[in-house]
Each structure stands twice: as C-alpha cells, then as structure tokens.
Design a protein around this ligand. Structure first.
Ligand SMILES: NC(=O)c1ccc[n+]([C@@H]2O[C@H](COP(=O)([O-])OP(=O)(O)OC[C@H]3O[C@@H](n4cnc5c(N)ncnc54)[C@H](O)[C@@H]3O)[C@@H](O)[C@H]2O)c1
Length: 267
C-alpha cells in the first residue's frame, strides 16, 4: 500500500466496528501503519486481519479508552514498537437515548467516562508521544476527534450524549490552540458525522422508536426527511473526511470542525 500516509503510524480507537473500522481500513490503504484499539478483541482481530489480507499494515491492541492506567501502559508500548505517533483518531464512543428527567447520575457518568474522559486520555497520550516524534517530510502530526452533529445542535432524549459531543468539539479546539502556542507540530480537528449506518446508528433508531412508541420505519423516514441528500451516511463517508484531515493535504487546518451529514445541520 502506498499513499499520502506512507511512513506514518496511526492509532484509531473504537476500530472494531462502524466508523472506526472504516477509518482503520482507509488509513491503512493510504499507507499508514495502523494500530487499532477497541474493547472487543475478537472483532478487532478480524478487522486487522482483513487489512493485512488487503496488503495493509495493522495490529490490534485491546484498550478501554476510559481507563487511565491502560493508556499509561500503551504509551511506552507504542514508543517501543512503533517509535512514535503521527496520526491519532479518537473515535470510540457510546450513546444513550433517554429523557433528562429519567437520567441517573450513573448513566450520565458512563457517557462522560467513555466519550469525554476517553477523548481526553487518548488526546493527552497522543500529544505526549507526537511532540517527541519527528515529522515526516516537513508535515505535521494530526489528531482527529470524532464528535457528532450532536456536538453542534441539540436533540430531545440525548442530553448526556450531546453534552459529551459538544465537549469534544471545544476540547479539541483548545488543544489545537495550545499546540500552536507551544510550537508543537500537531494539528487537531473534529469530524461531526450526521446519522450514519453503523451498529450504533441502528440501535439509536430502535431505542428512539421504543422511547417514543413509534415504529422504527417511521423514525427512519422522519430522519431521512431531514437529510437534504436523502440518505443516511455510510462509515466510508466519514472515513474519507478523517483521512483528508489526517494527511498533508489538510496541512493548514487546525482547530476546525468538519461536518459530514448530507446537509442535516445546514438549515
Ligand atoms: N452512527 C452514527 O449515527 C454516529 C453519528 C454521529 C457520531 N457518531 C460517532 O462516531 C463514533 C463511532 O460510532 P459508530 O457509529 O461507529 O459506533 P459503533 O458502536 O459501531 O462502534 C463503536 C466502537 O467503539 C468501541 N468502544 C465503545 N466503548 C469503548 C471503550 N470504552 N474503549 C474502547 N472502545 C470502545 C465499541 O466496542 C465499538 O467497536 C462514536 O464516537 C459516535 O458517537 C456516530
């Protein structure tokens, strides 16, 4: 495999499914050596094997993004095995469809732990390793955190999810500004997918239908009416944006947010 990410090591979290899986495949096709992280070792092994069968470079590493000690073990492992880090994609996330009045502190905290603590711990690890990693051919290292259109606009029954996704957006902008100020060769941007067909996307429709007492087909049709391009996103739609932000063609982009939603948030 050869492409715009030749000679780079890329870490992708939540790489065993959906968007993360598509990102891992796409970055490997662009020449990156991918380190795929997820809780689900079995699926992760299958994804990385497929990448290797396709001629790419990928290895699997089981990690819970919300566990600080696991990141502290991962840091020296990555330095020893790969010599540094050039691209980090913070993608692992969970959601919860629930009325705010019915949300317990435990349910709220679970989302914050995975979606926000996970992004903070992964990004912190990435900055620490990237600032010690020589850049490839005068380019910059890249952090891409996956937020959501839910990090830009609100929606009923998703207050905890939207709070975490909004947090990712401003956390990443602040990291971008800080890296600039400190003259680290690191860019940091967010990607904001609209409704996307993944296992999470499907579950979200089912949970929303159950909560509102609607048919799943009606929830799906209502959602489609809000997307000017008339279809839901595919994981590869999101992976294309992530690959662009990861590579040298986005060399002047930092602190920005890329919305990939078929026009969902345009109005
Ligand atoms: N699908 C959508 O409609 C949609 C829309 C906007 C944003 N997003 C965001 O895109 C990202 C990927 O979502 P997806 O739809 O591919 O979901 P998915 O459920 O298909 O995949 C998420 C992956 O993250 C992993 N994961 C969950 N918790 C983890 C943890 N603590 N540590 C490590 N891995 C963990 C899961 O095992 C899974 O493999 C998420 O951040 C999500 O919020 C998705």
């Amino acid at each position: 495999m050869s492409g715009s990410l030749n000679g780079r090591t890329a870490v992708v979290t939540g790489a065993a499914s959906g968007v993360g899986e598509a990102v891992a495949v796409r970055l490997a096709r662009s020449g990156a050596k991918v380190v795929a992280l997820d809780l689900d070792s079995e699926k992760l092994e299958a994804v990385t094997q497929r990448i290797r069968d396709d001629g790419g470079m990928a290895s699997a590493y089981r990690l819970d993004v919300s566990d600080e000690r696991e990141w502290e073990t991962f840091d020296p492992w990555l330095r020893a095995t790969h010599g540094g880090l050039h691209v980090f994609v913070g993608n692992a996330g969970i959601f919860d469809v629930r009325k705010v009045e019915d949300t317990t502190l435990e349910q709220w905290t679970r989302l914050v732990r995975v979606n926000l603590d996970g992004i903070f711990l992964g990004t912190r690890t990435a900055v620490r390793i990237m600032k010690d990693t020589p850049v490839v051919e005068g380019t910059t290292h890249s952090i891409v955190n996956i937020s959501s259109v839910g990090g830009i606009i609100g929606a009923p029954y998703g207050s905890a999810y939207h709070a975490t996704k909004g947090g990712i957006r401003l956390f990443t902008k602040s990291v971008a500004l800080e890296c600039g100020l400190l003259k680290y060769p690191i860019r940091a941007n967010t990607v904001h997918p609209g409704p996307t067909e993944t296992p999470m996307g499907g579950q979200l429709l089912r949970d929303r239908a159950a909560l509102t007492g609607s048919a799943e087909t009606d929830v799906h049709a209502d959602l489609l009416r809000l997307v000017p391009l008339g279809r839901l996103g595919q994981p590869d739609d999101i992976a294309g944006a992530v690959a662009f932000l990861s590579g040298p063609e986005a060399g002047f982009m930092t602190g920005s947010e890329m919305i990939v939603d078929g026009g969902f948030t345009a109005r």
